[in-house]
Design a protein. Structure first.
Lengths: 316, 557
């Protein structure tokens, strides 16, 4: 177990280094820079722009800038955001809560409904319900989120007035019920797509399981169908879901770019967009490293949990 | 990619619209309305009541008003801080921290514009209770010029010498040369507290930059990053107001979402980029909302690179200009809202020249101009002269659908005169980088302004000393060189006499209209909206954002 962990952490370190080099290069080789928006307003002269670039150290060679950034990161200093003038970790931290709230609620909702639809679709394969669920999932997967988000806003906020047209809470209120009220719209939009995904995974996993010998054995022993389903089939069918959930972890914290923008949700997705648009190098690199770490952590966790759940592949 | 486009769309300079006829009616109506409304409007409350939520499509993130920021950041600056004086909608400077605006007549400006003396207002206190003095003004001006400080701009400030504090409320300095636009630049220079920033080990990273302390009508309250900033009334403000207890700047990046929240009433106002043109007709009919097109100082122009052989000849630019169907662009693409213009100065400016020759859409005349200048039609109908084909690429920000439509119209029109235009668009962060400031473009479709803050001086855009790629400092990215223009620009900067300057700038506009270093299309009038019952909202073309007088806003009840 110990050596397994050590090996994984070692691999992760190398991967992170590669990710940082590629990320840093792409980001800096893209034309433009954090000062171009000031050039567009015309208030700053070229002399001003050159001076500020020098003061910010943007005129130094890229390898030097990268080495400095990496050296600081190794010491735990993630840098200061150009856009927000605050430490990158604090900037990321201030957006995590909103993203976690939205993604966790929509994922839980999607997992519950999706798994249920998947199980039902599998045991009543090719029934009317299964066909409807399959068609519905395809439609849900094909709907562009920004469009569906705008439709939800148009129908439920502008038309019916049932839901607020975005934001995380009413400024000055922020009570539990107010937050829940604001959560419904974006949560539905996000959950729609992931419900479709989860239901497809669950359906195929369930189909795989119910054709196994032990299910037939259980049936032949005269165990009630209900018990077979829930004690034998679903439990085993859920195993692959652990891997998928683990790989889903980064999404939980990196946010939803489009939904957060349409619903004015101040989460990580929006932060990433704003930072890219601004060419806020320290923040973009910070989010990149943070997400890369989450991906590695998620797959590690999935592997470990898999071992816990399934004795057959427990690592020695 | 669509996310990036969306972002690019957000960072473009301006947009929206309204039909021309309606606009004129609205414009006049708004003025009349403002006058008659003033007579009937309920008086301001005696105390401070209520709050206002202002919807912004860009997020203010820079709170030290002397550091590099964009227009939306100024919304915060002008409410937390004060400058020495501030321009009203008519362009007059109104004293704020200064007791009076220095002029040659009152002796504030003497020695041919080289000696400046400013008397400051007494009894002004910072939000933390410390008194405001001339030391703060001296500190602010010196900070801008201090080598390590990331000052936004040193334009004008770099000419200041020998700042002397003559008493707690009097300050004087000398200028290296006479420079009249400095008055306008100072109106955009917010004074910061010496007793706080002076103690910071590094003013670039001081805690102050995220919790500003000013003298302005509103005190900083809190910021939820990526969401909103709230302010509370400054009870000790030295001018009348503020009448609101609280103000909130809400960041809503998507313009459609911003409009939806304006409709549902989650935001009380939407300013700046405001309401997208396609929602205009619906917006004016909304009950309980007032929707107005407010002219801004920004122009939509085509900026040719004059070093490109095909575009360096005046006759070519004149022909291209004649072949632009301006009215079609404004009516069809921009919903008829914006006003066509011939000048680089906004129509509201005192320096605006109303007698410039009007543009006519005339393909035959354009063709004749090119024929006369020796541009012969060659292969594929594209004109040539001395081996140079009349070909160029027109670039603008990707994702701005409205500008892309405009490019297509231009392409079709110019095809008819044998000019071949290609489209080469890029994301905002790319196009406004080296490509723009190092004059690597062939031609740009851009919304920008040609003045020094609110002063009509366009030297940084037209002077031959302002071409960065030729070692100059400024924003003459089209690389325009004209000795007479240089002379006029210099004369305009040294004169403090408005009549004399008006004459200079009228002549300048005639030359620019004739030589067309920029091809003006229209002056922007973005659509802004607010809830009925909000009293005191007053558009100001000389302010960067229409939150300039938020201290005078209140709710009629």
């Amino acid at each position: 177990m110990g050596s397994f962990l050590a090996r994984r952490v070692g691999q992760a370190g190398v991967l992170l280094l590669i990710v940082s080099i590629i990320g840093f290069s792409i980001l800096h080789l893209a034309p433009g820079g954090p000062l171009s928006q000031f050039a567009a307003t015309g208030d700053m002269t070229q002399e001003d722009l050159d001076r500020v670039a020098r003061q910010m150290g943007l005129d130094r060679p890229l390898p030097v800038q990268y080495a400095e950034w990496l050296w600081r990161l190794l010491q735990g200093d993630w840098g200061v955001s150009y856009r927000d003038k605050q430490p990158v970790l604090r900037v990321i931290g201030s957006h995590l809560g909103a993203t976690l709230e939205l993604m966790l609620s929509s994922t839980l909702l999607a997992m519950m409904i999706g798994c249920w639809i998947g199980v039902l679709g599998a045991i009543r394969r090719y029934s009317v319900f299964d066909t409807l669920a399959t068609v519905g999932a395809m439609i849900a997967l094909s709907i562009p989120t920004f469009w569906f988000g705008l439709v939800v806003i148009y129908v439920f906020s502008v038309g019916l007035g049932w839901l607020p047209a975005g934001n995380r809470y009413t400024i000055g209120d922020g009570s539990w019920s107010d937050r829940l009220h604001h959560l419904i719209g974006p949560c539905i939009v996000l959950a729609l797509v992931s419900t479709a995904v989860w239901s497809r995974y669950m359906r195929s996993s369930m189909l795989d399981v119910i054709n196994h010998d032990y299910i037939r054995t259980a049936r032949s022993k005269g165990i009630p169908e209900r018990r077979i389903l829930f004690q034998h089939a679903v439990r085993n069918a859920l195993l692959p879901m652990i891997t998928i959930a683990g790989l889903h972890l980064p999404t939980l914290l990196s946010g939803a770019l489009v939904t957060e923008t349409v619903f004015t949700w101040p989460g990580m997705g929006r932060l990433f967009l704003d930072s890219i648009g601004y060419r806020d190098y320290p923040t973009v690199m910070g989010i990149l490293m943070f997400t890369a770490m989450l991906v590695l952590l998620g797959s590690l966790l999935a592997d470990l949990l898999y071992g816990v759940a399934d004795p057959r592949i427990r690592t020695a | 990619m669509s996310e990036l486009d969306r972002n690019a769309k957000r960072s473009r300079l301006s947009a929206p619209s309204l039909r021309r006829r309606e606009f004129i009616v609205l414009g006049a109506g708004a003025l009349l309305g403002a006058r008659s409304a003033e007579a009937e409007t309920p008086p301001p409350p005696s105390g401070r009541r209520g709050q206002v939520i202002v919807g912004l499509s860009q997020e203010p993130t820079v709170f030290n008003p002397l550091m590099p920021g964009i227009e939306v950041d100024e919304s915060v600056w002008m409410n937390v801080f004060n400058a020495l004086w501030n321009p009203d909608p008519e362009g007059n400077l109104i004293p704020e921290l200064a007791a009076e605006v220095p002029t040659v007549e009152n002796g504030g400006i003497s020695d041919g514009g080289l000696a400046w003396k400013v008397r400051l207002r007494e009894g002004v206190v910072w939000h933390d209770g410390e008194p405001f003095t001339a030391e703060d003004v001296k500190f602010s001006l010196e900070l801008i010029n201090s080598p390590g400080f990331r000052a936004r701009t040193r334009q004008g400030h770099s000419l200041v010498r020998d700042i002397v504090v003559k008493g707690p409320h009097e300050i004087s300095w000398r200028m290296e040369k006479a420079y009249s636009p400095y008055l306008a630049l100072l109106a955009n220079t917010f004074i910061v507290p010496k007793h706080i920033l002076g103690k910071a080990s590094d003013p670039n990273t001081a805690a102050f930059n995220n919790a500003p302390v000013g003298t302005g009508p509103f005190r900083w309250s809190e910021r939820v990053a990526g969401d909103h900033i709230s302010f509370v009334a400054n009870e000790r403000y030295f001018l009348p107001g503020p009448y609101l207890e609280k103000a909130v700047f809400k960041y809503i990046p998507d313009l459609t979402a911003l409009y939806a929240q304006f409709r549902t009433g989650q935001v009380d106002l939407t300013i700046g980029q405001g309401i997208p043109a396609n929602f205009y007709e619906e917006a004016v009919k909304l009950p309980g909302r007032k929707v107005v097109a407010n002219p801004s100082g920004n122009l939509e122009i085509i900026m040719p690179n004059l070093e490109l052989p095909a575009l360096s000849e005046k006759a070519v630019r004149q022909a291209l200009y004649h072949a632009i169907n301006k009215q079609a662009i404004i009516d069809v693409i921009y919903y008829g809202l914006h006003r066509p213009t011939e000048s680089f100065a906004p129509k509201e400016s005192w320096a605006y020249n109303p007698n410039l020759p009007p543009h006519s859409y005339d393909i035959a005349k354009a063709n004749k101009l090119l024929d006369d200048a020796g541009w012969k039609r060659g292969a594929r109908g594209i004109r040539q002269k001395n081996g140079v084909p009349l070909e160029f690429a027109l670039s603008t920000t990707t994702g701005t659908a409205i500008r892309e439509q405009c490019q297509q119209l231009l392409m079709q029109d110019w095809q008819q005169i044998g000019a071949s235009m290609k489209i080469n668009n890029m994301p905002a962060a790319v196009i406004w980088g080296e490509f723009y400031v190092r004059s690597k473009f062939q031609a740009l479709l851009v919304g920008t302004a040609f003045r020094t803050v609110t002063d009509p001086d366009p030297a940084t855009r037209f002077s031959s000393e302002s071409i960065p790629v030729k070692g100059g400092s400024g924003g003459n990215y089209m690389q325009y060189v004209n000795p007479e223009v240089d002379r006029l620009l210099a004369a305009g900067q040294t004169s403090f006499d408005r009549q004399e300057r008006t004459k200079i700038y009228h002549r300048l506009q005639e030359i620019v209209r004739d030589e067309l270093p920029i091809l003006p299309i229209f002056q922007y009038a973005p659509v802004e909206g607010y809830k009925e019952g909000l009293v005191g909202f007053r558009p100001n073309i000389n302010a960067r954002q229409n939150t300039w007088n938020m201290s005078k806003w209140y709710w009629a009840r």
